[in-house]
Design a protein around this ligand. Sequence first.
Ligand code: GTP
Ligand code: MN
Ligand code: MN
Length: 607
Amino acid sequence: MSDPTRIQIPAEIQNESIRAFVEEWAGVTEPDRIELVSAIDDPRLLGEALTSGELLPAGEGRYYARSHPKDTARSEERTVVATSDPADRGRYNNWRPASEVKPLIVERMRGASRGKTMYVVPYLMAPPGTPLSAYAAGVELTDDRTVVLQMIRMARVGLEHFDGLTDADFFVRGVQVTGDPDTLGHGTPEDARLFATIADERTILHYGSAYGGNALLGKIAHGLRQASYDGYTSGKFLAEQFLLLGIRDRKTGETTHVCGGFPSASGKTNLAMSLPPDALGDRYRVDFFGDDIAWMWIDDEGRLRAINPENGAFGVAKDTNEHTNPTAMAAIAEGSGTIFTNTAYNHLTGDVWWEGLTLQPPAELDGWLDWTGAPIADRGPDQQDAPWAHPNSRFTIPLAQIPNLAADAADPAGVVVDAIIFGGRTRDREPLIRAIDDPAVGVYDGLTLGAEATFAAEGIDGQLRYDPMSMRPFFSYSEGRYAQHWLSLLRQVRELPVFAHVNWFQRDPEDGHYLWPGYRENLRALNWLMRYRAGDAHGRPTPVGVIPTAEELDLTGLDIPAEDLDRLLRIDTKRWMEEVQHRQGHLASLPDVPREILDVHEALSTA
Ligand code: GTP
Ligand code: MN
Ligand code: MN
């Protein structure tokens, strides 16, 4: 057995606080060795992972990883936020007292890295030099090499990123221990997995998963949960599951910036990467800033500014193809350094495949393995319909590979936010876009955001699974206080962004087809919003916002049936009245909702 007191802490770690942190946790998890990592170690670590079989080659400069079949998604039930203040309890954050959670995890982590390497991964969740850099520093300790390789793609990794910090002791302390996936009891009452953000100690302890959404601590646990807690307690900023893009108008030379929240798997990555429709492509360009997280603050001139704290993208593979997302296809091309997770894989050719990449799966089955590693050719008749790739299979790429990456994506000053949009998957009721001028109504709209329950089991038909601000899985404190924090910050903004609600997913009630073609055509709705904001379009006022008229929407080159367009731009009063009722219950279930928000709801109920 290894003696933890004899493990060498790498001499390059001179920061005493980091040394003490590493020493403390090495004493708990008892790894065989400790290794400090920086981005320049990527080629060596890739080589080691290929030799060990953790990664498989997927063409020139591309890699394939398979996670444990029970470890393929974020686990919301096993995720908690722990603090010492019960007032932090929210509806969705699974709040628990820190004094209870911490010993529980320490116990599980004890000796759990024996025989493994503890990688010390110092990182920055921000472009260097931003006003929020102090909140961006973290150190993740992990016993999984693939997690390190994904962190190198998703964050700015290396001790050099700590050089510019004024307080080298103020960093998020993260510990990720994979455990033995075969004995964790996934989904049983004895489920040993536990993912805790101890927010008031700025400590993240995740036990029992090597899947990206759980194990890349910089991304969700730090970038969203911890950062939104820090933003609230400091009173300085917001951290949101938001995309961030620029719309560049080549004619005027101006770029407007849009950020916004859509629940997971509702189109953030696709929108941030979208190419303009062919007919508008000479004039407009979409600049990618971020596809999953935005941090926002108010600058000295009273403008709302945003940055993307990430350095990479962790995108959904399903339905990504040359038609839906050519930008993503270019970003994951040979030589890109992409890591694919849980797609189908051909062990003879190194090719990868997922549902929607092509209309039909490869006809020649030779060498093809499904996401669990089982040969497709050996499938029995009852398995023919099973997907080849896991529905949540993903690609991990550095931002530098994204062809439409904005030239100023890493500008530490961030960009001024001109519009904030919310959007979910709603088959009826929600029009293509409705603009909202009043910021309190905008915050209310965010709080009542939801996505349709996709299976009957998940919810009541026609009722949304509410996902306030698209932050439901990532809240770290009470939703009502969160809304209050938004309102307080917006009050300090001199030139307010316009708000809007968008819906790319409305369907025909008869045959169920999507009324709006979506994807690259979505820019048309955003363009209208920008013209509305500039006073060049006026739309039609309704009780739930301003809706474009059919004439105002630029539909050049788009063939869309008049009756579909009519439905996309109409308010279904009866369905809205039902929705207002549902919202009543939803708002009542959230703690501490500010009076201002309840007033907005009241006004809508009686409109
Ligand atoms: P996370 O990364 O999990 O937070 O999700 P996301 O919001 O980035 O979602 P993403 O862009 O990966 O899209 C999820 C799914 O929605 C994919 O299967 C897309 O093909 C599909 N999708 C995205 N945009 C559109 C659209 O405009 N119309 C339709 N019909 N589907 C879309
Ligand atoms: Mn996300
Ligand atoms: Mn995404």
